[in-house]
Design a protein around this ligand. Structure first.
Ligand SMILES: [Zn+2]
Length: 314
């Protein structure tokens, strides 16, 4: 049975018709409008185009924000003027198709669990290390949403009481210490110090700024300064994983997002820090640390699969 997945991103609305193995049959994308009503219409039109002569059982729509536990109302979206928006009802009325709404990080994490690195485990935590830190939790084969539907905001787990201010309004969130932006900060600090940061300092002098791509290149070339910045990042992420592990006991931690391109160079310091910070270490089965396998289409594939499973269970 096929289902449609739609992922409303900051710059584009992506959609696909997806089969039950997570394979994309056809896909579509349009730029994201700044207007909430236009976005809704773009989703309705995209569903109609993707549907065509197929008979999808449902459509899943993923967006950044807080979605209620019934997967119908967007409480709050950071980039779109949706506040307590009854999006499912509106889309079902306009498309005549069963719809589920899902947080975008949850949808992408679900795809990784079903069809990517997590497909052989029952309990998995994924952290997406991009500009910020996102993530999703799968516990006992189910996506963890929490009682109100707004759980698994892993990026806003506090790791430093009274620490750096975060975009969410709180202080000391892991997003401020374990994100791509934090990696840039560590690299700049090392560049300021010279020594092993000298190559970073030279690149900064030449280009005017140390961009994420520059740091990524230097990591691939095993520059000692860039690797030291990456170890700092991995150390914080490992501490976060130790806390998550103590509570959730996953068999696997998966890392996605741009910084995950560093591969084992990222996983090694995370794993070392995890083991160092784990309660009762030495007496705890060790989870696997893996890089995400799905890259670009995880959001649409996950949204489609969640919609299909929802339709099958009702
Ligand atoms: Zn925060």
């Amino acid at each position: 049975m096929h289902a449609i997945g739609i992922d409303i991103g900051g710059t584009k609305v992506a959609g696909a018709l997806v089969d039950e193995l997570g394979t994309i049959i056809r896909e579509d994308r349009v730029p994201t409008s700044r207007d909430a009503d236009e976005i809704e219409t773009a989703v309705v039109e995209m569903i109609a185009r993707l549907k065509d002569d197929a008979e999808p059982v449902a459509a899943g729509v993923a967006a950044a924000g807080f979605i209620d536990a019934a997967q119908s109302t967007v409480y709050y979206a950071p980039n779109i003027a949706w506040r307590n928006e009854p999006l499912r009802e509106k889309l079902e009325t306009r498309t005549g198709m069963p719809i589920v709404i899902e947080n975008d990080a949850n949808a992408a994490g679900w795809a990784e669990f079903r069809f990517g690195a997590g497909r052989l485990v029952s309990d998995m935590v994924i952290l997406t290390i991009g500009t910020g830190v996102g993530g999703a939790i799968v516990s006992e084969d189910k996506l963890f949403r929490g009682g109100f539907g707004t759980g698994a905001e892993i990026g806003h787990m506090r790791v430093v009481p009274g620490g750096l201010p975060c975009g969410c309004g709180a202080r000391g969130c892991i997003e401020q210490y374990g994100s791509g932006r934090a990696l840039q900060r560590y690299a700049n600090e090392l560049a300021d110090q010279g020594g092993i940061g000298q190559v970073l300092a030279d690149v900064r002098t030449r280009t005017g700024t140390l961009r994420g791509a520059d740091i990524g290149d230097l990591i691939q070339r095993r520059d000692p300064g860039a690797l030291a910045a990456l170890r700092q990042l991995g150390d914080w992420l490992g501490q976060a994983c130790a806390s998550l592990g103590a509570v959730l006991d996953p068999q696997m931690f998966v890392f996605g997002g741009g910084v995950a391109a560093a591969g084992d160079l990222l996983l090694e310091p995370i794993r070392a820090s995890y083991l160092e910070n784990l309660p009762a270490r030495g007496y705890h089965p060790e989870p696997e640390f893996r890089i995400a396998e799905l890259v670009n289409d995880a959001g649409v594939v996950g949204a489609a699969d969640l919609a299909r499973l929802h339709a099958e269970s009702h």
